[in-house]
Structures are given as C-alpha cells and as structure tokens.
Design a protein around this ligand. Structure first.
Ligand SMILES: Nc1ncnc2c1ncn2[C@@H]1O[C@H](COP(=O)(O)OP(=O)(O)OP(=O)(O)O)[C@@H](O)[C@H]1O
Length: 780
C-alpha cells in the first residue's frame, strides 16, 4: 500500500482514477467526467493487455501447427504422420485429426533425469496416514506442485499471473460499484434527478468491464485446471508407460493402487479442478478481505474493525473444530467410483465369454453390489453435510450479518470511535445533510460488508474444498509415489506368510539379487529360479521352477512343455523382464532382437495396417522403408491375404477384436512376428487355434527366415521344428534334453503320430469292454 503515502491528487489523472475508489476519503461532489473516462480506459487497457499476453504467449506453448494432408510413399495412407510417437531429440510429434486437416502437436516426454530428480519428493506414503488438511497434505501438495509448475517460465505461471490480474481487477471493481451504489441512493434520497441518471449511466458503463472480468476469471480458472491436468497426465503417462513396464508392475506386482485407470482419468481431473478453483476461491476472498477491511476501517473506525476480526478468528476456529473429515470421505468415494468403473470394464472386456455362459444375472448382482456400496457411501456424506451446512450457514450468513450491522452502527451511536463516519456525525455532515450522508455511508458500508461477508464465507467454504482437495491430493500423490518406486525397480518387501513351509525358500520383492546381462547372442539361464512375485497371489514368493540352467544359441530352437500352471509362461515373463530375477544370472539379447507372441494377440485401436505392424507406428514403418506390398506378402504366408480386400483396405479402422476369429487373431500375431523379423521369438501357445497344417507352414517359414524359436506348447506335433526340449514338472523340476537330428525328429514324430492314432481308439475299446461286461452279467 505504498501508494497511500503520496497524495492522490498529485498523481497523473489515470492513476488517480484507478486509486480513487481505494484511497478516496472525501465525499466527492458530482461525478468527475475525466476520472470516470480515465477509469473505464484503464480497465479496458488492463483487460486488453491481459488478453494480448494470453493470445501471444499461451497459444505458442501448445505448439500446434496445422498442416495440410499429404499422402505417404509406399503406403495408401492419407495421414500426415511426420515423426510419429518415437521419442527423438527428446520430443515427438503426434498428428491429431483437427477439422478437415491434421494438427501437429509436439510433446516433450519427461526425461529420465527429471524422474530421478523428482523421486526424492515422492517417498511412498506410510499406511495409517490421516487424510486431511495437515502437514502431510501440504508436503504432498508441494511435491505435486513441482510437477505441475516445473519452472517460473511456464504456461501455468502465465495463466496464474493473468488470473491474479483479473482477480485484483474484480476486487477493485467491487469497490467502485459499492461507492457508485452509495451515491445513487444518496442522489435518490436527495431527489437529485440529473445526478441520479448520471449515476445509472455510469452503472451501465461499469457493467461491461465488470462482466468481462468475471467471465475471464472463470475462463482462466478452467484454463489453469486443464493446464495442470495436461501436465500431470503426461507426466503420469510417461511414468506409467515406458521400458520399465510400470503399468504392468502396478497391476501384477504391486497391490497399492488398484485400478490405475480411475486414478489417471478421474482423480487427476478432480484434483486439478479443485486446485485451480481453490486459487480463486481462496485468493480472491483473501484479497477482498484485506482491501475491504482497509476501506471499512476508514469508514467505521478501528473498534468496529477489531470486532470484525475477532469474529473471523472465532468462526475459523469453530468451523475447523466442527468440519467432518471430508478429505478422507472424498478419497474413499474416489476408490469406490474406481471399483464400480473396474466392474464395468471387466464386463466389456469379457462380454462374449459372459454371454456364452449366460452369466448376466451374476454379473448384474456384482455391478449392483459395487454400485450400492458407492451410493451408500455418497448418501452418508450427504447426511453429514445436512448438519454441517446448517451450522455453516447459521454462522456465516446470520451471525456475520448481525455482527456487520452492529459494526455499521458504531459511527452513528459511538461517533468518537467511528472513523470517517463518526467524524462526519460530529461535524454535522456535508452539504447533503446528515441523514442523506448517513444513508450513503450505510449503503456503501453495507455493500462492502456484504461483499466482505461473501468473501469470508467463501474462505470458510474453501476449507471444506481444501479438505476434499486433501483427499484427491493423497490419491494422486499415492499414484505418483507408487509409479516412481516401480519405475526405479523398488518394490514393497513381501512378508513371509505364517503358513509358508519352513524348509522352502521364500522370495521377497525386497530382496532381488538376480543379474540380467543384455546384448548376449542367445539365451542363457544360470541357476535361475522362476518365482511368482506377487504376494496377493496364492503362490507369491514361491519357486515355480527351482533352478533353470540352459543355453540357447542362434539356430537352436527350444520347446518348453509341462502340465498346466507349472510356470511355462512365467519363464517368458522373466525373459521379458516383467517379473524380477530373484537369483542367478540371465543373459539375453537386446529388446529389439527378441519378440513375444502370446496366445491371445492384442489387437490395438487403429487401422488394419496397424494390427500387422504393432507395436510400430505408421511413422516407424515409413522410416524403415517398409511398404504395404511387403505386408501383403506376409499375409500370404499366414494365409490371410484376402483380409485387406474383405475389410475394405489397409486404412480401415474397426474394433478388430470383434472382427477376427480366434484362429485369425493368432495368425495376425504370427504376421506381426514376420513383419518385425527378430533374431529370437518366444511363441506362447500362439498357434493353438490354428490348423496344424497352417501351423507347420508358419513354423517352417519362421525358421527359414532365420528366427530362433522358444516355443511354449503342449502339442507334440511341434517337436519336429525344435532342437531342444525343456520339460517342466509338477514339483518345480525342469529337465532339458536335445531332440536330436532332423531324421530322429521325424522318426519320433511318426511314433507320436502312431501313438496319437492309437489313443483315439481307446474310447471305443473302453465302450467294448463295458458291453462285454454287461453281456457277462446278463449271462450269469
Ligand atoms: N503375478 C503373479 N505373482 C505370483 N504368482 C503368479 C502371478 N501370476 C501368475 N502366478 C502363478 O504362477 C503360476 C504359473 O503360471 P503360468 O502362467 O506360468 O503357468 P503355465 O505353465 O504357463 O500354465 P498354462 O499351461 O496353463 O498356460 C500359476 O499357478 C499362477 O497362479
């Protein structure tokens, strides 16, 4: 408030106009035209500058360039793909359809260094931490703020500054309006028609910047929320989907966050909305309170002011004591929302299987139960709110109004304590007369007081919002903390279950001692136990396979067999680094040299072409010089060459999982393998739904083009395509052997075929024995 030290009359006219409502202590005579015009001009200029900064600075941050559609060489694609989603120079360009054109959006992924730097701000929360407005909340919030406002020169800071400018502008406008209101009423009481009409004109003139300011505040608040959300969502995505497979680990290895989708889609949005609205819900009333209190102190004197302050402090104390744990309630509500959503997602994913089983009734009961749990909780919050809202309204609306009126009466009844109003009472008023001056002062003070009560009320209401924000903060923080620890390969140590056999070794996620060497031209397991890692699983921490020792070099093909559930797929999980290597040493090729084909191939969102080249993008395909013609050749090998014509071309987009049959899906999986053409392939029952004739052709082709196979299968017919066999037994044993020469394998194959043919007759023999027994019994 430095400005008050200088007499306002000596300042330049526009500045006088701006400061006049705040500093004026004179009961001004008819309106000064220059000052009103200067006032309007200043507001418009401020609004224009703010708008200009917004347009110039913020639009650039989005880095959106609209580019024309260009066809791509070698493909029939009409999409402009540019760099695609492969990080290059620490940024990548996404192409997003925008009206009839393509928008290029440059995204800078969060760097590993940033994650390393941030890790220390996100220590995992300890269980039993109270969710509420407390020290933990402020610590968690400050950690998240480091993510959403990474530096001073960021988009969020510009929005915050603009937002603050408009908030100050609105406070100032409120004072102007309060004074104008007082004058209009005074002129009405004085029956001064000319001045009264002038007042109304000014009232309309002030309405334009006032409404503009209000809508800009709302606009910037939404902009702030969306900017926070974008920043936080991208950060979480980078932490969640990366080479460390944090998304897989969060679901399969860690039980701390169930349903990460709810966290990312809903909780982050609510947190950002809450935070952005809190700034204006808390910042604006705070500013109002300071300025209006200053104004009121001048009007009603220090005594009245002290009374008001005492009132605030008492209210704040009472409300704090009486506020229920809204934070904890909001966090629990978010969790139940997540459960409900997860139940629906499950239904969508498994719709066909459920429909075949006629499982609608059971699924309905599951959905209803989850929903009932959610609404029961929401209803209980509503009930808690009835009493709380009553109490809050009584305190803020009624008590505060009564106290306000009492304070307004101080200058009238106790003039010597009543500040400017009191002095006027003692002096006998201005030219307008005592009553009219009193009316004007009362109207102005009442308006100021109402705004002040509103400001105070909003600050108190904000406490409830703050408590709810604490709930969302704890969820978002928890998500970030868990993802950070998974990204860094840190897990929660698993306690040894009390009923775990003493003689058996228990493996805890807190004690991972295995060593993985990359870049080996082959696969080498040295004393590697295969262990189910998740404590939530019945077999978590248990050795599925005791100790694996086997080496596969290029050109040696391994077949892994064994009964169900012994841990065959788990071997693939360890090779792919989805599961940790608890002990021993694994030497393996680099990621680009190894490709995994699962039993149920995942079909992604996108075009038909995207299904074959997955996980590559069209941009990667073009960069590596591949063409649609090559894709068609691959489809010939897997006997799917008619698919592009049948489905309407490479550019067709469909829900592919509902389009292809089970066998076709598996062939698409194999087509992917041929497209990527890795040195090593892990094939996990990936041809179980394909006819053995086509299966044979595909295996032979894979070998012909030099792919070394590690196959997980029960089918004896696949023996002949492999050189090594690994048999996994029920007791966690594993035996490896060579399958022999091509000749021997063929002989074995023949024997297997003969035995299989004989096995087919077993049922008819059994039926014959039953018949004979029956006849014998009848004869007896
Ligand atoms: N995240 C996990 N943590 C702990 N144990 C797990 C986890 N996931 C699966 N398991 C357990 O690992 C065991 C082996 O599973 P796996 O899928 O490797 O069997 P499999 O031999 O491939 O069986 P199938 O022939 O039926 O495909 C199962 O008993 C399963 O309960």
């Amino acid at each position: 408030m430095v400005v008050f030290s200088k007499p306002v009359d000596r300042l330049p006219v526009p500045l006088q106009a701006v400061l006049e409502p705040i500093t004026s202590n004179a009961q001004r005579q008819p309106y000064s035209k220059t000052k009103v015009i200067a006032s309007a001009a200043t507001i418009s200029l401020a609004a224009y500058i703010a708008n200009y900064i917004y347009q110039k600075r913020l639009e650039n941050f989005d880095s959106q360039i609209i580019s024309p559609i260009t066809p791509l060489s070698g493909t029939s694609s009409k999409n402009d793909v540019f760099e695609g989603p492969t990080p290059r120079n620490n940024k990548y360009t996404l192409t997003v359809p925008y009206k009839n054109r393509t928008a290029k959006v440059t995204v800078r992924p969060t760097s590993t260094e940033t994650f390393k730097k941030h890790k220390k701000f996100f220590p995992p929360s300890t269980s039993g931490q109270r969710v509420g407005v407390n020290k933990v909340f402020f610590k968690q919030l400050s950690a998240i703020l480091k993510v959403i406002i990474p530096k001073i020169r960021s988009k969020e800071v510009i929005i915050l500054v603009l937002h603050s400018i408009f908030l100050v502008l609105r406070t100032w406008l409120s004072i102007v309006v309060a004074r104008l209101d007082g004058r209009i009423v005074r002129d009405l009481v004085a029956a001064n028609g000319k001045e009264f009409l002038k007042g109304i004109m000014y009232w309309f003139a002030i309405a334009i910047p006032a409404t503009y300011t209000n809508s800009m505040i709302r606009f910037l608040q939404s902009k702030l929320s969306i900017a926070f959300r974008t920043r936080l969502t991208r950060y979480v995505h980078d932490l969640y989907l990366n080479k460390e497979n944090a998304y897989y680990k969060a679901i399969n290895l860690d039980n701390r966050i169930g349903g990460a989708d709810q966290f990312i889609t809903t909780d982050i949005a609510r947190f950002c909305d809450g935070l952005a609205s809190l700034y204006s819900n808390l910042g604006k009333p705070l500013l109002d309170t300071i300025i209006f209190n200053y104004q009121l102190t001048k009007s009603i004197g220090l005594a009245g002011m002290m009374g008001l302050f005492g009132n605030y402090l008492l209210t704040a104390w009472i409300l704090r004591k009486a506020t229920p744990a809204f934070g904890k309630l909001a966090a629990h509500e978010a969790k139940l929302e997540g459960d409900f959503r997860a139940a629906h997602t499950r239904l969508i994913t498994n719709a066909e299987e459920i429909a075949f089983y006629n499982g609608a009734d059971l699924e309905l009961s599951i959905l209803d139960r989850t929903y009932t749990k959610l609404i029961k909780h929401i209803n209980s919050i509503f009930k808690i709110r009835i009493a709380y809202n009553m109490f809050e309204d009584f305190l803020i609306k009624y008590c505060w109004s009564a106290i306000g009126l009492l304070m307004c009466s101080v200058p009238v009844f106790f003039p010597s304590w009543g500040g400017r109003g009191g002095r006027q009472e003692l002096d006998g008023g201005t030219v307008y007369g005592k009553e009219r001056d009193r009316t004007k002062a009362f109207i102005t003070n009442k308006r100021l007081m109402l705004t002040l009560a509103d400001a105070g009320g909003r600050m108190m209401y904000s406490y409830k919002e703050l408590a709810e924000l604490a709930g969302y903060t704890s969820r978002v923080y928890n998500l970030l903390a868990v993802l950070h620890s998974l990204y860094a390969g840190e897990y929660v140590p698993t306690p040894r279950p009390s009923d775990f056999p003493d003689e058996q070794e228990f493996y805890s996620l807190g004690d991972i001692r295995g060593e993985v060497l990359y870049g080996y031209d082959g696969l080498k397991f040295e004393s590697v136990p295969i262990v189910g890692p998740n404590a939530g699983n019945e077999r978590g921490g248990e050795e599925l396979i005791k100790s694996m020792n086997i080496t596969i070099r290029p050109g040696e093909h391994l077949l892994i067999t064994g009964p169900n559930g012994v841990g065959k797929t788990s071997v693939a999980r360890v090779i792919s680094r989805l599961w940790p290597l608890f002990r021993g040493r694994l030497s393996r090729p680099e990621d680009r040299d190894i490709f995994y084909v699962p039993q149920r191939p995942y079909l992604s969102i996108g075009t038909l072409r995207d299904q074959i080249i997955y996980p590559h993008s069209l941009a990667d395909m073009i960069r590596s010089g591949r063409t649609d013609k090559e894709l068609l050749d691959i489809l010939h090998v897997v006997k799917l060459s008619t698919i592009p014509d049948r489905e309407g071309g490479w550019e067709t987009q469909k829900e592919w999982k509902d389009v292809f049959s089970g066998g076709e899906k598996q062939r698409i999986g194999i087509a992917r393998l041929f497209y990527h053409h890795p040195k090593f392939a892990i094939l996990d029952e990936c041809t179980s739904a394909v006819s053995s004739e086509v299966e044979g052709l595909m295996y032979q082709h894979a070998k012909d083009i030099g792919i070394t196979l590690v196959t997980i299968s029960h089918r004896p017919s696949l023996f002949k395509y492999h050189t090594h066999l690994l048999r996994i037994g029920d007791e966690g044993t594993c035996e490896s052997s060579t399958i022999g020469t091509e000749q021997e394998r063929m002989t074995l194959d023949k024997e297997v075929a003969t035995l299989e043919a004989k096995l087919k007759d077993v049922d008819s023999w059994k039926a014959r024995i039953a018949e004979i027994n029956m006849e014998l019994q009848l004869n007896i």
